[in-house]
Design a protein around this ligand. Structure first.
Ligand SMILES: Cc1cc2nc3c(=O)[nH]c(=O)nc-3n(C[C@H](O)[C@H](O)[C@H](O)COP(=O)(O)O)c2cc1C
Ligand SMILES: *[C@@H]1O[C@H](CO)[C@@H](O)[C@H](O)[C@H]1NC(C)=O
Ligand SMILES: *[C@@H]1O[C@H](CO)[C@@H](O)[C@H](O)[C@H]1NC(C)=O
Ligand SMILES: CC(=O)N[C@H]1CO[C@H](CO)[C@@H](O)[C@@H]1O
Length: 450
């Protein structure tokens, strides 16, 4: 009862447009006054106007034009709070007002960058991590920018509002952000509705353009690309039931399912009891996936677990053992960190650095990479697929994760800073790096310990 009224009350709030009455300074903890108004701040109108003009020109329709990285992104950063900027990005992408990687379809990079994973040949190992498109509203635009793998979510069973604002902070000097969104989500039914509509539209289009016996490549509806759905649990939900519901409801629309077991604050994962608990959770989810009616394309989605980087080596070993026993398909490493590697941070404002939440972007990279190396140590005797994530912003970074054992990589924060040209830039840098070494991506995976 209590839960229900909590959710319904807050659901109303989600739908209501709120705008700050002034530019939000995100360096303070102070509660900011909120106007119940549908009027957007002038700065946003400005940014929208500029971007509207932007989509007019052909030059600007190219994801890699310098305009996006050096003009539009900085303007958005200067004129919006972090969360407004995030919303604005989603708004552009939802309505397709975004540039695309023009040669994504025609430039065949699969001989160098192609990677065999989950029975598909992924076009390139470059993916988008969860949390940018939480409600699956911007999938087409994200693939158009050049990502080969797009992970939407996390999506919780019931809608939930997440934490109060402010809850997202930029640390531009460090190419980093801190977030404590607390998993605001519009819930399974809303997202399923969005995905169903999308599926039906794309199916019709596909049938119009292809012969009746051609096979739909994936839920991405594109060759060599995959759509992943990240399942969350409600704040007051039960882990097992919430993930099982997620598999049942969203499994049909997903090429890959991700569940989170990141619990950086849960002490003592290392004891056997916790390992057994985790194994049982993962086994239940995998069993549910196994009985899932084949998804709309006649396939069963692989299940990945996503973990935090703030784990000790014994904890990582525990997770690896549980993942193998439960026969999950892979592990994403990693989520954001609760650490603040202060000696490496350029941002000195403690009001900002000490905000509660997960840190992501550049400063996370060494932490995530170390966690990946530990994980690789305990999984290389298995066929678990490792997905590298954390502070990746260049072809060099991607290559480092690949060599440390990642089959493919995903990123979020660098994309938020650098804009829609980043996936194309990383693709080209990665090709150049691999050419230097005379190797393909597939060949360098896990090279460090071979
Ligand atoms: C604003 C924000 C929201 C996020 N939301 C989620 C989420 O809902 N689910 C999730 O699994 N990860 C979430 N993440 C974590 C990212 O998917 C990723 O694991 C992390 O940011 C590290 O990668 P990066 O350094 O490339 O950003 C979020 C990250 C950010 C910055
Ligand atoms: C969660 O927050 C992000 C950023 O403000 C927004 O784009 C998204 O629509 C929100 N989702 C819900 C359900 O509130
Ligand atoms: C990731 O890390 C944050 C911050 O530590 C935590 O709240 C969250 O539950 C973790 N899991 C996911 C999926 O983001
Ligand atoms: C959104 C979500 O599901 N978050 C959960 C991630 O996992 C930890 C436990 O491992 C939960 O405490 C979070 O609520």
């Amino acid at each position: 009862m209590m839960n229900r009224s909590f959710f319904s009350r807050n659901t109303v709030q989600i739908g209501r447009k709120v705008a700050y009455n002034q530019r939000q300074t995100f360096t303070t903890n102070a509660k900011l006054p909120i106007l119940k108004s549908s009027v957007l701040p002038r700065s946003i109108l400005w940014a929208v106007g500029l971007a509207g003009a932007a989509v007019g020109g052909f030059y600007l329709a190219d994801a890699r034009s310098a305009f996006h990285e050096y003009v539009l992104c900085p303007i958005i950063r200067a004129s919006t709070s972090a969360e407004q900027g995030h919303k604005l990005g989603i708004f552009f992408m939802k309505y397709g007002l975004t540039p695309r990687l023009l040669d994504d379809e025609t430039y065949d990079t699969s001989d160098v960058l192609g990677v065999d994973v989950f029975g598909t040949k992924l076009k390139s190992p470059i993916g988008l991590a969860a949390g940018l498109d939480k409600d699956g509203e911007a999938i087409e635009s994200l693939f158009n920018c050049g990502f080969s793998y797009v992970e939407i979510g996390s999506i919780t069973p019931e809608p939930q509002p997440g934490n109060p604002q402010p809850r997202f902070f930029r640390l531009p000097r460090d190419d980093a952000v801190i977030n404590r969104y607390g998993f605001n989500s519009s819930g399974h039914f809303n997202v399923v509705a969005t995905l169903k509509l999308r599926f039906e539209k794309l199916l019709q289009k596909f049938q119009r353009n292809n012969s009746p016996d051609s096979e739909i490549p994936s839920n991405a509806f594109r060759n060599g690309k995959l759509l992943a759905v990240n399942l969350g649990k409600n704040k007051f939900g039960d882990e097992v039931t919430d993930y099982v519901k997620g598999v049942e409801r969203l499994g049909p629309y997903a090429d890959v399912l991700v569940i989170n077991v990141s619990s950086p604050n849960t002490p003592g994962l290392r004891d056997l009891q916790n390992e057994l608990k985790l194994t049982s959770l993962l086994s239940t989810v995998v069993a549910e996936r196994n009985v899932l009616q084949n998804n709309l394309l006649g396939k069963k989605p692989p299940v990945l677990v996503k973990v935090a980087p703030d784990l000790t080596e014994p904890e990582i070993e525990s997770i690896a053992t549980a993942a193998k026993t439960a026969k999950v398909d892979g592990i994403i490493i990693s989520n954001t960190t609760i650490q603040r590697p202060k000696s490496t941070l350029k941002t000195t404002d403690n009001n900002l650095v000490d905000q509660t939440g997960g840190l992501s972007g550049k400063p996370l990279k060494p932490i995530a990479l170390q966690a990946l190396r530990h994980l690789r140590k305990y999984t290389k005797d298995s066929d678990l697929v490792l997905v590298g994530c954390g502070g990746i912003s260049s072809g060099k970074d991607a290559l480092e994760f690949g060599k440390a054992g990642a089959t493919f990589i995903e990123l979020y924060t660098a994309f938020a800073y650098k804009g829609p040209g980043l996936p194309g830039k990383i693709r080209d840098e990665l090709i150049a790096e691999l050419k230097k070494e005379g190797k393909t991506w597939q060949q360098i995976i896990g090279q460090d310990d071979k």
